[in-house]
Ligand binder design. Structure first.
Ligand SMILES: *[C@@H]1O[C@H](CO)[C@@H](O)[C@H](O)[C@H]1NC(C)=O
Length: 363
C-alpha cells in the first residue's frame, strides 16, 4: 500500500498544520507504460495453465498480479535509469529489489536491529534495575511494547499487505503513546522508585482508553486515514519530547507551579530532595533533550523521501537505521535515571558497574 508517500506527505502536511489526507495513488501506478505493462503481463501470466510463481514468493503471499506490478515497476525504473523517464513511486513506494520475496530487505535488517536493541534493553532492565524500584515494571512494559512494534515493522517491510500495514501502524502508535505515558509518570512523579500517586493508574487507564478508541475509530472508516493517524502520533511524540526538554530545563531554571482550580501541579525536582539549581548537575541532565533533537533530525529524513540508492537504501530505511543507536542511548538513560532516582530517594546502594557506566543493582 501507499505507505511511503503517505507518511512523507503526512509529515510535510503536519509541518504546515494542514492535516488533510495525503494523495492516495502515486504517479508510477497511473503511468500509461506501467498500466500497459501490467495488463499485458497479467494477460500472459495470470492464467490457470501458466506455471505458478516460485514457492518462496507464494510463501510470502505474492500473487501473480503483485508480481506483475513488481516487474513493471522495475521496468519503468530502468527507463528512468536510462534517462528516458522520471523516477516514480508505485502505490506509494519506490521500486525496491526484493530478496527471496522480501520487499524491503534494508528496512527489515534495520527493524531487526531495533528489535535487538530493545531486547537488550529488556535484559538490562532485569539485570540493572532493582525489583523493588517502582519504575521497574514500567520499563519492562516499555521494552515489550517496543519489541512488539519492531517485530511488526519487520513483518511489514518483508511484505506490505493491508493486514501487516495495520499491525505496523497500530503497534507504532502503541509505542508512541506508551513512551508518552512513561514521560508523564516519570516527569510528574506519578510513579517513583519508592511511591505511586493515586492518579498513576487513572492516567494510564486514560491513555489506554484513548489509544483503543483511536484504533476503533480509524478501523471504522472505509479508507484508512493515514494523515490523521500519523498526525495523532506526531502530537503525542511532540508532547513527550516537550516533557523531556522541560525535564532537562528544570536543572537550569525554576519551573513555575501550575494551578488548576484548587489542584496544584508542582514541578518536582528531577532527583529529589536535591535542588537541581543548587547542586551539581548529573551527567545525564541533558541526555533526553539531546536524544529528542537527534530523533527529530533523523525523522526529517522521512520528509526527504529520495529515490532509493541501488533500489535498496531509501530515506525510510535510514530512519530505522538511525533509531538503533538512539534506542540504545534511550535505554542507557532510562536505566540510569531510574537507578539515580532510587538512590536519591534513599533506596538500595547502587555501586557503579565497571564497564558500562550503568549502575548495577545489588544489595
Ligand atoms: C545493556 O548493557 C550493556 C552493559 O552491560 C551496555 O553496553 C548496553 O549499551 C546496554 N544496552 C541497552 C540497550 O541498554
Amino acid at each position: 500500500m501507499a505507505t511511503r508517500t503517505r507518511l512523507a506527505s503526512a509529515l510535510a502536511l503536519f509541518a504546515l498544520l494542514a492535516l488533510a489526507g495525503p494523495a492516495l495513488a502515486s504517479s508510477g501506478d497511473r503511468h500509461p507504460s506501467f498500466k500497459l505493462c501490467t495488463s499485458l503481463c497479467e494477460l500472459k501470466r495470470c492464467e490457470l495453465h501458466h506455471p505458478p510463481l516460485a514457492w518462496h514468493l507464494r510463501a510470502l503471499l505474492w500473487t501473480c498480479a503483485d508480481d506483475c506490478a513488481y516487474v513493471c515497476g522495475h521496468r519503468l525504473t530502468d527507463e528512468a535509469d536510462a534517462g528516458r523517464e522520471n523516477y516514480h513511486q508505485f502505490f506509494g513506494k519506490w521500486a525496491f529489489h526484493r530478496i527471496f520475496g522480501i520487499q524491503e530487505p534494508m528496512s527489515v535488517i534495520f527493524s531487526l536491529g531495533n528489535l535487538a536493541v530493545n531486547y537488550r534493553g529488556l535484559l538490562n532492565v532485569t539485570k540493572y534495575v532493582r525489583d523493588d524500584n517502582g519504575l521497574h515494571p514500567w520499563l519492562i512494559v516499555a521494552a515489550l511494547v517496543q519489541i512488539n512494534t519492531w517485530f511488526w515493522s519487520t513483518i511489514f517491510h518483508m511484505r506490505d499487505l493491508p493486514l501487516t500495514e495495520k499491525l505496523d501502524y497500530f503497534s507504532a502508535m502503541t509505542t508512541v503513546a506508551f513512551m508518552l505515558l512513561y514521560a508523564v509518570i516519570r516527569v510528574f512523579g506519578l510513579q517513583t522508585p519508592k511511591s505511586r500517586s493515586p492518579y498513576c493508574f487513572k492516567v494510564a487507564a486514560a491513555f489506554g482508553v484513548f489509544v483503543l478508541s483511536h484504533f476503533v475509530y480509524v478501523s471504522s472508516l472505509a479508507l484508512f486515514p493515514y494523515g490523521y493517524h500519523v498526525g495523532v502520533a506526531m502530537v503525542l511524540g511532540l508532547v513527550s519530547n516537550s516533557l523531556w526538554i522541560l525535564w532537562t530545563l528544570s536543572f537550569y531554571i525554576r519551573i513555575p507551579t501550575v494551578k488548576f482550580g484548587n489542584h496544584v501541579l508542582t514541578w518536582p525536582y528531577p532527583y529529589p530532595p536535591r535542588n537541581p539549581q543548587l547542586t551539581a548537575r548529573p551527567s545525564q541532565a541533558n541526555t533526553p533533550s539531546i536524544l529528542v533533537v537527534l530523533t527529530m533530525l533523523a525523522m526529517s529524513l522521512e520528509i526527504l523521501d529520495f529515490a532509493p540508492l541501488w533500489r535498496t537504501l531509501d530515506a525510510h530505511s535510514l530512519w530505522h537505521l538511525a533509531t538503533i543507536p538512539l534506542g540504545e542511548m534511550w535505554w542507557r538513560f532510562l536505566i540510569k535515571d531510574a537507578n539515580d532516582l532510587q538512590v536519591a530517594q534513599g533506596g538500595g546502594r547502587l555501586p557503579l558497574s565497571s564497564a558500562s557506566g550503568l549502575k548495577q543493582a545489588t544489595d
